[in-house]
Design a protein around this ligand. Structure first.
Ligand code: ATP
Ligand code: MG
Length: 363
C-alpha cells in the first residue's frame, strides 16, 4: 500500500515532546513532509539548538514510522531548531531579541559572572545566536573573562553601540567604556541610566538569547532591568553554603515579587574533583542544599557545577573553560546547564504569557 501524508502525520502525532507535553504535529514541529514511494523525508524544528532530547526525538520519530506506517520505509529526518519567544516584534526595546535571561543571586561572589559567561558560550556553541550584557557597573568582570580588557566597542553608522564579538557571543560591559582600574563612583540613578543605554542604544541585532549578568543583591539594577525590559526569566546561582542558600531564596522571592519567572536554581562550586582522582567528588560545603531549596520553592533545579581550577583559570585568563577544555567535566556541566536553561525557556514560552514590565516599584 502506498504511504500517505496522513499516515505519516498520524504516526508522528504519537511522538510527544517530553518538555512541552504535546505531540510534534500539533506543536507544528514537523515541516516539509515529502513522500516518494517508500522514501519519507521531513524536518523536525525544535525549540532550541541546545535541546538535550534531539536524539531521543529523532529516534522516537523513526520508531513511530516503522511501527505505524511501514517498517521498510526509508526515513530521512533533518533536525533543526528555531528558538521560541514570548515577545512580539513590536517591542520598543530590543525587538530582535527572542529571550532575555538574567543570571542573578542574592549573595556576591557565588559565580554569577562565571555561570553567565559559560552559559552564553555553551548556548552559542550549540548554534544559537547569543549576546551577553554585563550589568555589573561597579565591578564589571566580563571583559577580563573574555580576554577583552581595554577593548572599546565601535559605533554603527546610526550612532549605536556595536557589541564586541568573541567566542561566538556578542558582548557589552561597562568595563568597555571606563578605565578598568578606576573604580566607578556612581549613584543609583546613573547606574540605572547606564543599563538602560546598553539596552536601548546598542545594536544587538537578532539574538535567540541575551544573557544578563547581574550584580549581587536585590537593588537598583535588578529593579531597573525589570522596569526597562520584560525578562523571559531568571537563573539563580547559589553555592551549597547555608548563607548563600538563604540569599538564593531571597533572590527567588524578589523575582517572584516582580513577576519574572524563575527558570531555575543552579548550584555552583557544588563539589571538588581532585585533578589526580577524577572519579572522586568531595562535597566541601555540604551536599544537595540547592536541590532541596529548589524543591521547596518549586522551581526547577538546573544542575551542579563543580569547583575546579580550570574554571577559575578560564575566568582569569580570559578563555572560558568551554573553549579551553571542552571535553572536561566542567565544560560538560556547563553544557548540561545550558540545555536545561534552554529547555526551561522553551517550556516557559509555550506555557506562560509574556512577562510584563513591572510598573510599580517597592523600595
Ligand atoms: N565553579 C568554580 N570553580 C572554581 N572557581 C570558580 C567557580 N565559580 C566561580 N569561580 C571563581 O570564583 C570567583 C568569583 O566568581 P564570579 O566573579 O563569577 O562571581 P560573581 O557571583 O559574579 O561575583 P560578584 O558578586 O562580585 O559579581 C572568580 O575568581 C571565579 O573564577
Ligand atoms: Mg559578577
Amino acid at each position: 500500500m502506498a504511504i500517505t501524508q496522513e499516515a505519516v502525520l498520524r504516526a508522528l502525532s504519537q511522538v510527544i515532546d517530553p518538555d512541552l507535553g504535546r505531540d510534534l504535529v500539533s506543536l507544528g514541529m514537523i515541516r516539509d513532509l515529502r513522500i516518494e514511494g517508500r522514501r519519507i523525508a521531513f524536518r523536525v524544528v525544535l525549540t532550541t539548538p541546545a535541546c538535550p532530547l534531539k536524539e531521543h526525538i529523532e529516534q522516537a520519530c523513526r520508531r513511530a514510522i516503522a511501527l505505524l506506517v511501514d517498517p521498510e520505509a526509508q526515513v530521512d529526518i533533518q533536525m533543526e531548531a528555531r528558538v521560541t519567544t514570548a515577545r512580539t516584534s513590536e517591542e520598543a526595546l530590543l525587538p530582535g531579541v527572542r529571550n532575555l535571561i538574567a543570571v542573578a543571586s542574592g549573595k556576591g561572589g557565588v559565580g554569577k559572572s562565571t555561570v553567565a559567561v559559560n552559559l552564553a558560550v555553551a548556548l552559542a556553541k550549540s548554534g544559537a545566536r547569543v549576546g551577553l550584557l554585563d550589568t555589573d557597573i561597579y565591578g564589571p568582570s566580563i571583559p577580563t573573562m573574555f580576554g577583552l580588557r581595554g577593548v572599546r566597542p565601535q559605533l554603527t553608522e546610526a550612532r549605536k553601540i556595536l557589541p564586541v564579538e568573541k567566542f561566538g557571543v556578542r558582548l557589552l560591559s561597562m568595563g568597555f567604556l571606563v578605565d578598568p582600574d578606576t573604580p566607578v563612583v556612581w549613584r543609583g540613578p546613573m547606574v540605572s541610566s547606564a543599563v538602560r543605554q546598553f539596552l536601548a542604544d546598542a545594536d544587538w541585532g537578532e539574538l535567540d538569547y541575551l544573557v544578563l549578568d547581574l550584580p549581587p543583591g536585590t537593588g537598583d539594577i535588578q529593579l531597573t532591568l525589570v522596569q526597562t525590559v520584560p525578562l523571559t526569566g531568571a537563573v539563580i546561582v547559589s553555592t551549597p553554603q547555608e548563607v548563600a542558600l538563604a540569599d538564593a531564596r531571597k533572590g527567588v522571592m524578589m523575582f517572584r515579587h516582580v513577576r519574572v519567572p524563575v527558570l531555575g536554581l543552579v548550584e555552583n562550586m557544588a563539589y571538588f574533583v581532585p585533578p589526580d582522582l577524577p572519579d572522586r567528588r568531595y562535597y566541601l560545603f555540604g551536599q544537595g542544599g540547592a536541590r532541596r531549596l529548589a524543591e521547596e520553592l518549586e522551581v526547577p533545579f538546573l544542575g551542579e557545577i563543580p569547583l575546579e581550577e580550570t574554571i577559575r583559570a578560564g575566568g582569569d585568563e580570559g578563555v572560558p573553560v568551554l573553549i579551553r577544555n571542552p571535553e572536561g567535566a566542567a565544560a560538560r556541566a556547563f553544557r548540561e546547564l545550558a540545555e536545561r536553561v534552554a529547555q526551561q525557556v522553551a517550556i516557559r514560552n509555550a506555557s506562560a504569557p509574556p512577562t510584563e514590565k513591572v510598573e510599580i516599584l517597592f523600595r
